[in-house]
Ligand binder design. Structure first.
Ligand code: GCB
Length: 606
């Protein structure tokens, strides 16, 4: 459990969340002098930059874009006098990959891990009714002791450079919102929820955690504003008669109001949207509210022009509209937990989310995701002296992710690693500890899994027994036997699937990646690799395989949209496996998928 409350920053009768988004002062620490030169009290220069955004794509010089090290942000804010006596925090929705936060030159907190929120307590350091200087040092270096994994090298000219072990650009900075929070000293800190459905009624089992004592009261309010259920006490059950269930692409949200009071005096109140639904795996089925579902959708990225990985509310809206248009019902937050707004939108729109922790690049290889696919990776990523540190960071991220996301009805599963080394014996204890942590931390005990690349096969992977369902990332027809060899690719794919079938795992399989790169500018008849025609051919072949196996219960194509990666021979200014371009316009494959997904029933193969 994180040391602070992970509740979404909501405004209520008793709490205030003030957005600090906007232009912040910004400086790059080229000479690694920020600490010694006192930048914590005032950063040099006069440059300003938007928050939230990645810093990389605003500037016109390559040294800035590729900068690896510390960047500094500064904002002078007035903390209202009336906040005195409250608990006052700075809330960073994310700082990639690690941050140190100062107020008026004094260190107030730090955090490691670039994709989850953290609070910095400034109650005793803030000057109330006056201006306060907030300074944040953000470091974007990649290591093998934090996730996602990578290295930082130094060029002969002295510049540092990021070498990610993963296939997305190392965007960084203050990429999500920052808030100033004022919360009563005795407050609601967290709530765990579980659901049981019986006939037309539902039980909402809850447990509230508070700071300080008081009387807890819960009210469940339906979409018409009427009270649907009530309860008292820190732990208990609310019975909801004729409950409206949260269904796939047909969401119903209640508002849950929690109050903490003493002798009738209100101390704190918090409100959140919740959806009543259950998630269960039974044999080869994924059941939502007891009914089988087939997942159709995408592996995505938070990635767009100019703001990079910075949260963009407009891009989010467009992405959901495109997902609805194409007939999708789900996505995986590859390869890190996304901005909280995206989960709230999925809650409203009835999308299913496989929530992924940033554990990517856990494979011993220079360009892991590629060498892994060709079986070139050496083993023993998990037998290093530094492995205990990596495991600690990994479990910490799992803890923060589950604490943040557990109450979203859209979240149906936890993906605990992407394409790790899993053939080596040292993987087993490492994975076991991560899976055990997730299972202990999730009050709803949602399914846990990890995404397996092709060298993690039915005869080689030592860890799939830990998974409640199997996530396969497969590129037959692209990395394996692409182009005119596609018929051999189909045979090889089928052979692998037959071997999985022989294992009789009695678990659902989801393809969490498949597809092939395509340039939106290329057409060719007959097709060649990279042309739009070839993307369609690859998908048709891969879909034929999915349709041949009853235990395949979902397909999430790689990727929703073209996205930025590190430059290199394998990438044409980014990964082009998008069904949509980076500007969110359709490639031909989008129409093929729309036709298919609109015709597949929700309970396909159920
Ligand atoms: C993978 C990785 C993903 C890459 C993708 C690709 O297996 O999980 O991050 O972008 O392959 O396109 O090669």
């Amino acid at each position: 459990m994180p040391a602070y409350s992970m509740l979404y920053p909501a405004n209520t009768k008793t709490r205030t969340a003030i957005s600090l988004d906007g232009m912040w002062k910004f400086a790059i620490d080229w000479n690694e002098e920020g600490e010694s030169s006192g930048w914590a009290s005032g950063i040099p220069g006069s440059d300003t930059i938007p928050v939230p955004a990645s810093f990389q794509d605003f500037y016109t010089d390559k040294d800035t874009r590729e900068f690896t090290g510390d960047v500094w942000y500064e904002d002078d804010i007035t903390i209202p006098g009336w906040m005195e006596g409250q608990d006052v925090f700075l809330r960073f929705s994310a700082a990639t990959h690690r941050a140190t936060v100062y107020i008026n030159g004094e260190k107030a907190g730090e955090h490691e891990g670039g994709f989850l929120p953290f609070l910095v307590d400034i109650t005793d350091k803030a000057r109330y009714g006056e201006e306060n200087r907030i300074t944040v040092k953000v470091n974007n270096e990649l290591t093998e002791t934090n996730i996602p994994c990578g290295r930082t090298i130094r060029l002969r000219n002295g510049r540092k450079m990021s070498k990610p072990y993963f296939d997305f650009y190392n965007y960084s900075g203050l990429q999500r919102s920052v808030h100033l929070l004022s919360i009563p000293p005795r407050s609601i800190e967290d709530i765990d929820l579980r659901y049981e459905i019986s006939g037309n009624d539902a039980s909402v089992l809850y447990s509230v955690r508070t700071k300080g004592d008081g009387d807890i009261r819960l009210t469940l309010i339906d979409a018409d504003g009427d009270t649907a259920a009530e309860a008292e006490g820190k732990d208990g059950t609310m019975i909801v008669r004729d409950a409206h269930l949260w269904q796939v692409r047909n969401a119903y949200l209640y508002t849950l109001r929690i109050t903490l009071s003493e002798d009738g005096k209100l101390l704190d109140t918090y409100e959140m949207p919740i959806g009543i639904r259950t998630v269960r795996i039974e044999g080869e089925d994924i059941l939502i509210n007891g009914s089988p579902v087939y997942l159709k959708g995408f592996g995505k990225h938070e990635d767009s022009d100019i703001v990079g990985r910075g949260f963009s509310i407009g891009v989010m809206k467009r992405d959901f509209e495109l997902m609805k248009w194409i007939g999708a019902n789900s996505f995986r937050t590859s390869h890190y937990p996304y901005d909280e707004e995206i989960y709230r939108m999925a809650d409203r729109e009835g999308f299913l989310i496989i929530d992924e922790v940033p554990a990517v690049g856990l494979f011993e290889s220079l360009v892991n995701f590629l060498d892994a696919g060709t079986g070139k990776g050496a083993s023993s990523f998990f037998a290093k002296e530094t492995t205990p540190l990596l495991l600690k960071a990994h479990i910490n991220a799992v803890d923060e992710m589950i604490a943040r996301d557990k109450n979203h009805p859209s979240v149906i599963a936890w993906s605990l690693l992407n394409e790790p080394e899993s053939k080596d014996e040292h993987s087993v204890p490492y994975f076991t500890k991560v899976f055990n942590a997730a299972r202990r931390l999730d009050p709803e005990k949602r399914p846990c899994t990890f995404a397996m690349e092709v060298s993690s096969g039915p005869d080689t992977c030592r860890c799939y027994h830990l998974c409640d369902f199997i996530e396969l990332n497969r590129y037959y027809g692209w990395y394996i036997k692409g182009g005119y060899e596609i018929s051999d690719a189909e045979d090889a794919f089928r052979e692998e699937m037959e071997r999985w079938k022989e294992r009789k795992l009695d678990k659902p399989f989801i393809f969490t990646e498949y597809g092939g790169d395509t340039l939106s500018s290329e057409h060719k008849l007959p097709s060649v690799m990279w042309s739009q025609e070839y993307q369609d051919e690859v998908l048709e072949m891969q879909h034929r395989i999915f349709d041949s196996y009853g235990f395949v219960k979902g397909e999430q194509i790689w990727n929703f949209a073209d996205f930025q990666t590190t430059e290199g021979l394998m990438r044409v200014n980014g990964n082009k496996k998008g069904v949509f371009t980076r500007q969110r316009q359709p490639k031909d494959a989008a129409f093929l998928l729309k036709k298919r997904w609109e015709s597949l029933p929700l309970d396909y193969k159920g």
